[in-house]
Design a protein around this ligand. Structure first.
Ligand code: GLU
Length: 490
């Protein structure tokens, strides 16, 4: 039986999750899920001066929001005693040695070496000291073999080989007793049974060191897959100056978790020329064979487009869960739920209508959403466009008013209002179409000449869902009231 796949995401909680970290986490998660394996979250908080609990919480929130669930959770600092013991073990076995060089001495020698353009690493001065006092502060360094090669078959980059003489005798335990990143990371990967180390290519240079750590203990070597960096449109490494890179910004600005997953997976992975993937498709299709070695370029417009596609691909009932926080935040409605998460209906904009004044059932909310989904690119935009359905008093876009509520619209509008007053309820699409048809014919005008003033009157804007849908959803009283008010603006 083949080994169960175990991957991990090992963030250092020293900042917010950005696009690059999230993509790394996503690839590790997808590979585990695609192979029915396990995905482990390991918080690498050994850098105590820069790690904070707030950042840990932010990482957990981000992973939850984007839907990357994990099977195990570890904090690296909780394992520091084990790391220390294992470092001592290597010392006893003669595989590590005490290094008494002070930071100042190291710095001085580094300078001298760089002036001679020599390999800038530790010069192994303490490796074979005859005297090794135990009561003097010292670091522990790993003895890297002086000959031979360390190589690995990277699942993305292919064969990587480094001459051992070029690998530094790295510190595994600092003089203050704290384990170093490479030591803790390699040992934890082993302890947690990681089969595939999937991480950013900024760690390629660490891999030979980590392999030597594992070898010193006789541990098996996992497979490595290093992901190329993500670049900005100017081909420089993606950074804040290219725009928003924090995942949380995308959440706040109305991007869907599935759209983020879809977009991020395509930064480096391809499946033919397909662009749109649902999460489940990805779990079925993802493999490390289709990962591109060359760096991917972040394209915010494409992400925005995909977000719109995902907004459209959801049923209103599913999308509601994601849209609800925006509706609440904008004060558009008070939400009534049948049971946790199951919408019963909403009270329209309580600050304008009054508490519990105007109730609309879930079906109404879903129909409203259906009119907005075809055009919305983000949930924020959808919320703005939804405003007129919920508020009592719409705000007029003055440009739209000037352009469309002109004197020539007065008589046809008046006629329409009369027609609507006589139309029996509930209003049907066909009856509305009929009525509008009669009026434009009677006045010898084109449909836009009636539809646009009506649109501006009902919504305050010149862009909106179809007016028959709007009229039906607003209902008789509100539609007539708004159209009357629009007459006053003409
Ligand atoms: N903690 C490291 C980082 O955030 C990642 C280590 C790894 O994935 O091996 O860069």
């Amino acid at each position: 039986m083949s080994q169960t796949v175990r991957t991990r995401f090992a963030p250092s909680p020293t900042g917010q999750m950005h696009i690059g970290n999230v993509r790394t986490a996503l690839f590790a998660w997808l590979f585990a899920r695609a192979n029915k394996g396990k995905f482990i979250l390991r918080i690498e908080d050994t850098d105590q001066s820069r790690s904070t609990d707030e950042y840990i919480q932010a990482i957990l929130n981000d992973l939850k929001w984007i839907g990357l669930d994990y099977d195990e959770f570890h904090r690296q600092t909780e394992r520091a005693d084990i790391h220390r013991q294992l470092a001592q073990q290597l010392l006893q076995e003669g595989k590590a040695y005490r290094c008494y060089c002070t930071p100042e001495q190291l710095e001085q020698r580094r300078k001298e070496m760089s002036e001679r353009s020599e390999n800038i690493g530790y010069d192994r001065r303490c490796r074979d000291l005859a005297e090794q006092p135990q009561d003097v502060p010292c670091a522990l360094r790993l003895k890297i073999p002086l000959e031979g090669v360390t190589e690995f078959d990277d699942l993305v980059f292919g064969k990587v080989a480094v001459q051992n003489k070029e690998i530094e005798d790295l510190v595994i335990l600092r003089s203050d007793g704290s384990p170093t990143f490479n030591f803790a990371c390699a040992l934890d990967d082993h302890a947690m049974g990681i089969t595939h180390v999937i991480r950013g290519d900024d760690h390629v240079a660490n891999t030979p060191k980590q392999i030597n750590i594992l070898r010193a203990f006789g541990y098996p070597i996992p497979q490595y897959a290093h992901l190329s960096s993500i670049l900005g449109p100017d081909k420089a490494r993606l950074s804040k100056r290219h725009g928003a890179t924090a995942l949380d910004w995308y959440r706040q600005n109305g991007y869907l978790p599935d759209a983020m997953v879809n977009y991020l997976v395509r930064l480096g992975w391809a499946f033919g020329d397909e662009e749109f993937f649902r999460r489940q498709d990805l779990i079925e299709k993802f493999s490390l064979d289709h990962i591109n070695r060359s760096a991917a370029v972040f394209n915010p417009e494409k992400l925005l487009w995909l977000n719109g596609e995902h907004i459209r691909s959801n049923t209103p009932a599913d999308l509601w869960h994601l849209w609800k926080p925006f509706v609440l935040d904008a004060g558009l409605a008070e939400v009534v739920e049948r049971t946790e998460g199951v919408l019963e209906g909403v009270y329209l904009c309580p600050s304008q209508w009054g508490e519990k004044a105007e109730f609309r059932p879930a079906e109404w909310v879903f129909e409203v959403m259906q009119t907005l989904q075809p055009r919305a690119k983000t949930l924020v935009e959808m919320t703005q466009r939804a405003r007129f359905y919920f508020v009592k008093d719409i705000q007029f876009d003055e440009v739209a008013v000037a352009k469309n509520l002109k004197p020539e619209a007065k008589v046809p509008m008046q006629d329409l209002i009369q027609g609507l007053e006589g139309l029996s309820e509930p209003w049907q699409q066909a009856d509305l179409e009929n009525l509008f048809g009669q009026i434009i014919e009677r006045h010898g005008i084109k449909m836009v000449k009636l539809a646009m003033p009506v649109r501006v009157g009902l919504t305050g804007e010149s862009v909106s869902p179809g007016i028959f849908e709007i009229v039906k959803l607003l209902g008789r009283a509100l539609s007539l009231e708004r159209l009357q008010k629009a007459m006053e603006r003409i």
